[in-house]
Design a protein around this ligand. Structure first.
Ligand SMILES: Cc1ncc(COP(=O)(O)O)c(C=O)c1O
Length: 304
């Protein structure tokens, strides 16, 4: 966490001063929503990937959680994101906006508190480890189940929801894996703790339907990049053993980017190496982030 400055409730402040009171309902009840966004060092300077889509999802998450009147618009938060990156003079960084329940909220209703907001940035690479992109990672199917969609809203990045990801990933990492794959309440494959998942079998690319997973923005970009390359992606329920017999399995997310899974539950996936479809999508995605892809102009917003 190396940033000198953070945006908090409308002001850029020294990160050391970007604190919230201990008595904040957002902290006690997980009553907060957040985003994970990346700013990339492109050929034309720092640029944020899908900034508007992420901020729209932030406000959608706030609506799902029940916040009614937010003090900031998408334009305010766009400006605040740019200002925070500029203040820290970062060329590339991770961006973490949070809207949290402050000033009350103790009786477990959103309406009895007030929404507050902050944006932190930090330099962060290699979310799943230094070798993840080239070698792929090892995963297991978690003993923890993804939320039932009517228990905790899977479309929203609600902070409290992430206790589920934390439980699953902690268990998997303690068992010696790099990531956890979580099943939905019906027993079908949902996603990973912070990534969406795709399976390649022959010419087909399949991903779980969006009903029980986070509608990932990287997922959406990869579906587009796959279509550009002539691969249709089908959304369909996937069973655990369909992972075992896949030619390739890969995951994607803002933090992890595009990473192959080389082993699941002690079974080698495909050749055990990052496969050709995963590699092609990784390369296309990297080209997007460097500003060198035909899709770059539409997806990158200059931060300077
Ligand atoms: C549970 C979960 N699934 C999928 C994703 C990937 O979403 P995105 O590509 O929008 O980062 C994330 C990360 O935000 C996540 O937390």
């Amino acid at each position: 966490m190396n940033a000198r400055y953070t945006w908090l409730n409308g002001e850029i402040v020294e990160t050391a001063r970007a604190t919230v009171p201990f008595l904040t309902a957002g902290l006690h009840y997980g009553a907060a929503v957040f985003e994970g966004i990346r700013c990339y060092d492109t050929d034309r300077g720092p640029a944020v990937l899908r900034l508007r889509a992420h901020l729209e999802r932030l406000l959608a998450s706030a609506r799902v959680l029940g916040f009614r009147d937010l003090p900031y618009t998408i334009d305010d938060l766009t400006d605040a994101t740019r200002r925070t990156i500029q203040a820290n003079q970062f060329q590339a960084c991770y961006v973490r906006p949070v809207v949290y329940l402050g000033d009350g909220g103790w009786n477990l209703t959103i309406d009895s508190g007030r929404p507050r907001a902050g944006i932190a940035v930090w330099e962060w690479t290699d979310y799943l480890g230094r070798d993840a992109r080239d070698r792929g990672v090892r995963a297991n199917v978690s003993s923890f189940t993804r939320h039932h969609p009517n228990a905790s809203m899977t479309k929203a990045k609600i902070s409290g929801n992430y206790a589920n990801s934390l439980l699953a990933k902690t268990e998997s990492v303690r068992l010696g894996f790099d990531e956890a794959i979580v099943l939905d309440p019906q027993g079908y494959v949902a996603e990973c703790t912070g990534e969406n998942l795709f399976v390649v079998r022959g010419e087909r690319i399949v991903t779980p339907p969006s009903a029980t997973v986070l509608e990932g923005i990287t997922r959406e970009m990869l579906i587009t990049l796959a279509a550009d390359a002539g691969h249709a992606v089908t959304e369909q329920p996937l069973s655990r053993d369909q992972l075992y017999v896949a030619d390739e399995v890969f995951v994607c997310g803002t933090a992890a980017e595009v990473v192959g899974i080389r082993e699941i539950d002690f079974r080698t996936v495909g050749t055990g190496r990052t496969g050709p479809v995963t590699r092609a999508l990784q390369d296309a995605f990297t080209a997007v982030t460097l500003g060198r892809h035909p899709r770059s102009a539409g997806w990158l917003e200059p931060a300077s």
